[in-house]
Design a protein around this ligand. Structure first.
Ligand SMILES: NC(=O)C1=CN([C@@H]2O[C@H](COP(=O)(O)OP(=O)(O)OC[C@H]3O[C@@H](n4cnc5c(N)ncnc54)[C@H](OP(=O)(O)O)[C@@H]3O)[C@@H](O)[C@H]2O)C=CC1
Ligand SMILES: Nc1nc(=O)c2c([nH]1)NC[C@@H]1CN(c3ccc(C(=O)N[C@@H](CCC(=O)O)C(=O)O)cc3)C=[N+]21
Ligand SMILES: [Mg+2]
Length: 292
């Protein structure tokens, strides 16, 4: 049984990125610059954005954090996006989700210049991804593919069950897993209205859980020898911790790890790879890799 170490893999890739940035700077080029917009004070969002700023430092990127209180109007946020779109020094930026209820998330995403959309959430990037054209690919699915590749997990022709169909994880994951040049797998997508979820899951060679429901995937839902990827990161109250909570994945790790062939832990699995792929997308933005 292999525990897929996302933290170590991400650290290695960040070193590769840092070396590349050194070379760029030595050749007289500009450091990639990532900006992040954070609205409000959600604990999880604060952590992720802090990790993104730290990762920028590790990679030798410039980073800018733009913060707003959660009473910011949609109009003001759109102006912020417009400013970042026009800022020649910023290569790529993200607007941390979720946004407060009074703000239309889709409207904000569509306002982002797709050439700077390092999250890969803009419809142009989503569409290009779906037909296999060069583009920014959503960091979480991209990081999962990279983990599978680096751990020599065969995906071609395998049956892959994806739990969850969100725009940021489940849907792009399914798209990529299905495509010939990425996963080349046979994909089934399961969600809250799926019938026979357990049975479908148990037939899969690769299970990717992204539902946000702690320990939902139990051993009886997993085929012995399968590869299990746990995307879930839910904060669960835990009085024995200094922070008052612990991070729980969507997989019951203790029992599933006894029967599977490989599994990602939470924390230390998919999360660090997500941040790392955002860095890779920002490097690509700085190099104008996908768009002139
Ligand atoms: N590690 C990382 O890098 C990242 C982790 N995450 C984590 O991954 C999890 C999912 O995130 P996200 O995709 O944004 O979540 P969303 O809440 O946007 O989507 C959840 C999806 O799971 C489905 N679902 C929820 N409960 C069940 C259930 N009991 N049975 C079957 N399907 C269910 C929903 O179905 P329906 O469509 O029918 O409502 C929906 O499609 C969260 O824990 C989040 O924190 C997210 C992004 C990155
Ligand atoms: N515009 C936007 N882009 C995103 O990519 C985005 C987003 N909004 N909103 C929320 C989700 C969630 N997400 C995570 C990133 C890192 C970890 C991560 O680093 N997790 C660490 C633990 C971190 C901790 O200690 O809490 C780990 O799993 O080891 C988790 C989750 C990105 N998301
Ligand atoms: Mg909203």
């Amino acid at each position: 049984m292999t525990i897929i170490d996302g933290k170590a893999t991400a650290a290695k890739i960040k070193e590769e990125i840092a070396q590349r940035v050194k070379d760029i700077v030595a050749a007289g080029g500009k450091r990639p610059h990532l900006a992040a917009v954070l609205v409000g004070h959600d604990g999880g969002s604060e952590t992720y954005v802090r990790n993104k700023v730290l990762a920028c430092q590790a990679c030798g990127f410039e980073s800018t954090l733009v913060r707003y209180e959660d009473d910011i109007t949609e109009e003001e946020l759109l102006q912020c996006v417009e400013k970042l779109n026009n800022d020649k020094d910023v290569d790529g930026f993200i607007v941390q989700l979720p946004l407060p209820k009074h703000i239309n998330e889709q409207k904000i995403i569509e306002a982002i210049d797709y050439k700077k959309d390092v999250d890969g959430f803009h419809p142009i990037n989503v569409g290009r991804m779906a037909i296999g054209l060069p583009c920014y690919i959503s960091a979480t699915p991209k990081g999962i593919l990279e983990l599978l590749r680096r751990y020599n997990v065969e995906t071609s022709g395998k049956k892959c069950a994806i739990l969850g169909r969100s725009n940021i994880v489940g849907k792009p994951m399914a798209q990529l897993m299905m495509q010939k040049q990425y996963g080349d797998a046979t994909v089934v997508v399961l969600h809250s209205h799926s019938q026979n979820l357990k049975e479908e899951c148990r037939q899969a060679d690769i299970v990717i859980a992204a539902i946000g429901s702690p320990e939902f995937v139990t051993a009886d839902m997993v085929k012995p020898g399968a590869v299990v990827i746990d995307v879930g990161t839910t904060r669960v109250p835990d009085a024995s911790r200094k922070s008052g909570f612990r991070l729980s994945g969507d997989v019951k790790f203790d029992e599933v790890s006894k029967i599977c062939n490989a599994i990602t832990p939470v924390p230390g699995g998919v999360g660090p790879m997500t941040i790392c792929m955002l860095m890779l997308n920002t490097l690509a933005a700085g190099e104008r890799k996908y768009y002139p």
